[in-house]
Design a protein around this ligand. Structure first.
Ligand SMILES: *Cc1c(COP(=O)(O)O)cnc(C)c1O
Ligand code: SF4
Length: 355
């Protein structure tokens, strides 16, 4: 009997099996030095799926640098493995409780592509990062603390779980009465948009209020495939945000950032945060000075739609938490008036109102 299998040839599962994960394969594609890459890969995992690989236009470009291992990851010693003190702020392994009303809950140790600048570089891709037990204990912790209103699923990438695996976790969290909002942090709409299927979108719809924050860093990542993925999620009623990381040589200019933000809004993704890169060991070649981020924000304000403007955030070391950094528009007070600079640099006066 003839059975017709209607499955598309390139499923996301298959793409995860056929990606580049060894230095030899990279050498074949880009002619890089195998021993160099081998050293880096011994310290930090590499995986580049065929879709993301296909976005690279040439060696050293903005997509390449996010994905392909580079010697400074092991030769530069600035930074620390866990500058945000996530481990110390974890009441149970894999769950960080830093703010009173919300937790960060790691539910997957894998990613569709391992970003070279990852702030969880110390543990992504490792077998011990997330286990059945850590998930069970995490859910128990959330259930036990009534202050937790907002659960942020992260990893690794939560959307690398199977639909069934994710459904089980979401169901258990949704059943906790004090949890109001569930958020998923995922890079998949950018790095493996094929993962967003009609089935997944339909399943996620059952867990509202559910928000997704994705992570795009460069305009070239906004493709017809990622647009389709985002429209499926948005059509399922899921508000989409983006957490971009400011990265030297990748997106640290007003022009590139402006184009990225406009393209995101056009695919129904609302920029949420622009992060100053965390001071993670092995990533210092991507760091920018705080001045750069302020300059980029000042260059966006007024020149692109307010919908395209994220907040520029630093996640402070030692578990200090995130704070916004804003260009200074208020210059000084002159008698009964503030002197305020507008986005074009023009000085305007605004009265001091006595309360
Ligand atoms: C970033 C983060 C959150 C979420 O912060 P928001 O500003 O609410 O997006 C929660 N917990 C931890 C530990 C975090 O690092
Ligand atoms: S997708 Fe996120 S967690 Fe995974 S490697 Fe990239 S930055 Fe790290």
């Amino acid at each position: 009997m003839m059975v017709s299998l209607k499955k598309p040839v390139e499923t996301w599962e298959r793409m995860l099996l056929s990606g580049v994960s060894s230095p030899d394969e990279l050498a074949h594609s880009f002619g890089i030095d195998i021993p160099d890459v081998r050293q880096v890969v011994n310290a930090y995992p590499m995986f580049i799926n065929p879709y993301y690989m296909g976005l690279i236009k040439c060696r050293g470009d903005a997509i390449y640098r996010q994905a392909v291992p580079d010697i400074p990851e092991i030769s530069e010693l600035k930074g620390t493995p866990d500058p945000l003190n996530e481990e110390d702020l974890s009441p149970v392994p894999g769950l960080t409780h830093k703010y009173p009303d919300r937790v960060l809950f790691l539910v997957s140790g894998r990613c569709a592509m391992y970003c070279r600048f990852c702030n969880r570089k110390r543990k992504v891709g490792g077998a011990g990062m997330v286990t059945e037990e850590s998930i069970r204990e995490g859910i128990k912790y959330i259930r036990s603390d009534k202050n937790i209103r907002d659960v942020l699923l992260s990893g690794g990438d939560p959307l690398l779980l199977t639909d069934a695996g994710l459904f089980k976790i979401l169901s258990e969290i949704r059943a906790i009465p004090h949890v109001e909002v569930i958020r998923i942090g995922t890079r998949v709409p950018c790095t493996l948009p094929q993962r967003i299927t009609p089935n997944l979108a339909e399943m996620l719809k059952g867990f509202h209020p559910l928000y997704i924050n994705t992570h795009f860093n460069h305009p070239w990542e906004v493709t017809p495939e990622s647009a389709l993925a985002c429209s499926m999620l948005a059509d399922a009623g899921i508000p989409l945000g983006c957490q971009t990381v400011l990265l030297k040589g990748i997106n640290d200019s007003v022009e590139i950032m402006g184009e990225l933000m406009r393209r995101l809004v056009a695919i129904r993704v609302r920029p949420y945060y622009l992060f100053q890169a965390d001071l993670v060991k092995g990533t210092s070649h991507f760091w920018t000075g705080l001045k750069k981020g302020i300059e980029v924000m000042a260059g966006l304000q007024g020149y692109v739609s307010g919908m395209c403007i994220p907040r520029f955030m630093i996640d402070l070391p030692d578990g200090g938490g995130k704070i916004p950094v804003v260009p200074e528009y208020i210059k000084c007070i002159d008698g009964n008036e503030y002197i305020i600079k507008n986005y074009q640099g023009r000085e305007l006066r605004y009265p001091v109102i006595k309360e």
